[in-house]
Design a protein around this ligand. Structure first.
Ligand code: SAM
Length: 231
């Protein structure tokens, strides 16, 4: 059984997809999708030897070597043109790392119509990258599991330019439409405390560039506004 978090990622993978799961670790996600006959083919990509071995072992144990290819490599470099990948999942990493992986491998995304991304932090970095590369956000989920709060972002390639406001990038354009939401409130109340504390510390410290403080103050303002409007 998948975690609730990975189940939500799995639920956004279309039938007959050809998937690249980047940072697959145990390959739980592609193994589940193959066992349930949802995907046609998958690559389980890993940059680290240990997790790559975990993936290979799980795929072999499940007898799925013909459906899932376990590959060692950095980010999207494991994707080849003749794999005909149309869906990419990247889950369980920071948003900056996810955006960097997408940016470094963007020529591999030519045939990729859907990205399903689950950043652990820094969701705004991911949304900004999507906006700048013509992927429209078509699904967003927020969930609490094992004392963490996770967000899942589904994005589909579009030919129209997209523009999101700073608030939409920070909170999620679709999550903002589904308020009030108790998990969302909990996440942003905690984040507001963290930001306020950081502002205080920066003001006390010497030689912190004013624009760093201003950036956090802007963030604090946006969070307060969204929390107020929610109630
Ligand atoms: N995707 C699984 C999940 O969500 O449960 C595993 C997440 S695990 C916390 C993150 C994995 O990403 C690690 O196994 C790590 O080796 C891998 N990783 C980090 N940077 C990577 C990169 N540039 N390319 C491929 N894999 C990467």
């Amino acid at each position: 059984n998948l975690s609730k978090r990975l189940q939500l990622v799995a639920d956004s993978v279309s039938r007959h997809a050809r998937l690249a799961d980047i940072g697959s670790d145990h390959a739980y996600l592609p193994v589940y999708l193959a066992q349930n006959h949802i995907i046609e083919f998958a690559i389980a990509g890993e940059v680290a030897q240990g997790p790559h071995q975990n993936a290979t072992n799980e795929i072999t144990k499940a007898g799925l070597e013909t459906v899932i290819s376990s590959r060692l490599g950095d980010g999207l470099a494991v994707i080849q043109a003749n794999d005909h990948i149309n869906t990419v999942t990247i889950a369980g990493m920071g948003g900056t790392l996810i955006a960097n992986i997408l940016e470094a491998g963007k020529e591999k995304l030519a045939g990729v119509s859907r990205l399903i991304l689950q950043p652990n932090v820094g969701e705004d970095r991911v949304r900004r990258w999507l906006m700048q590369h013509d992927y429209r956000i078509t699904g967003e989920q927020i969930l609490a599991e094992d004392r963490h709060i996770y967000e899942i972002i589904v994005a589909d390639r579009t030919s129209q330019p997209i523009s999101y406001t700073d608030a939409q990038l920070l909170f999620g354009p679709l999550l903002l439409e589904k308020l009030p939401n108790s998990v969302f409130t909990k996440k942003w109340q905690a984040e507001l405390q963290r930001v306020e504390k950081a502002i205080k510390q920066m003001k006390q410290a010497q030689q912190i560039p004013v624009e760093h403080i201003a950036e956090l103050q802007q963030k604090s303002k946006l969070i307060k506004k969204v929390l107020q409007n929610e109630n």
